[in-house]
Write a protein that binds this ligand. Sequence first.
Ligand SMILES: Cc1ncc(COP(=O)(O)O)c(C=O)c1O
Length: 387
Amino acid sequence: MKSLNKTLNHFKPSIFSQMSELSRRHNAVNLSQGFPDFSGPHFLLEQLKNEITDTAQDKNQYAPSKGLPILRQVLAERYRTDYDLSFDPESEITITNGATEGIYLTIAALCNPGDEVILFEPFYDSYLAAIQLVGAVPIFARLESPNFSPSLSQWEKRITPRTKLVILNTPHNPSGRVLDDSELSAFSKTVVENDLYVLSDEVYERLIFDQQVHRPIASYPGMRERTVTLSSAGKTFGVTGWKIGWALAAPELSHGIHMAHQFITFSVATPLQWAVAKALMDPQDYFQEFRSHYQNLRDLFIPPLMKFGLNASTPQGSYFCLVDTPKTFENDTEFSNYLVETIGVSAIPCSAFYSQTPPKNSQVRFCFAKKPETLQLALDRLKRIDL
Ligand SMILES: Cc1ncc(COP(=O)(O)O)c(C=O)c1O
């Protein structure tokens, strides 16, 4: 028989699904995969019911391929009001099946086989897979713990005449780092000087804590034309199963993104787009509550970990926190296996976010987007860790 596609058959099932499966097998508290164990806001779920059963206007047929006009208009309004960025709903916005589809579409729209793409480790796993699927070449730079800042001296060296794209993620998964103005400014200068494109993954844009501010990289001088901004209603409304995302970019780039989308999934679930559009019309009170709810969960979970003698980081954004592997364990994989099998709590070993060799001080990632009682149960078990 002739051989199958080499790239796809070389991929392995994702660590996130594997850890959830291990969690089930050991009856562990699942703090590994990144999703809330509580429902999205009541008003959003009610809205969806209304949209699905709206008999006056059947909202259960195909949506236009680019996305519902109402959702694209509302998004344009959000970016204008919240970030002072203007996007034309007709030619610069595509609604995607979650940000994950947006990642693939962006890389497919920009890269020819052999083009180089710089990505910062630790990274969300679908970046590398998308690069490999289109035949582009991944080039790795490091975000060093504990700061997780894209050090210019480090990543500038990776730029060659073949570099096409660099992938940025803030707030960052898995570290929870929110890049500040000076870091974004330095990053954007290098991008412009070297005539690169940026895929900016901003799915946790609304999940920022304390005094942090999220600044889209597209708002920096010279960046508007060379950035694809991606985000997701799954994160913003805590409904990861809805898979509604968006990609914002200049018209020519948006055209490529839309063409890839048109022939891969064609369009995104219509009633869900209606519900998200209505929810994004006037969301400021919701955003405020959303943020403080997650901040409370963060503050419920992390201080006790430190009391137990674990070295846990306090994230500036996202719903993840990193914990150093205690010296008594060989590495993060051994530690996370011990956690799920012996302690009854699952976490992701951070080596999964690296292409090859993870740093020496390896860490595990916990997701704290869980009900207070789930976090309390996890803490009751984590107390028993033998350090
Ligand atoms: C950094 C990052 N980007 C993208 C995604 C995927 O977003 P979506 O569920 O909208 O596809 C995730 C989900 O965990 C993520 O952590």
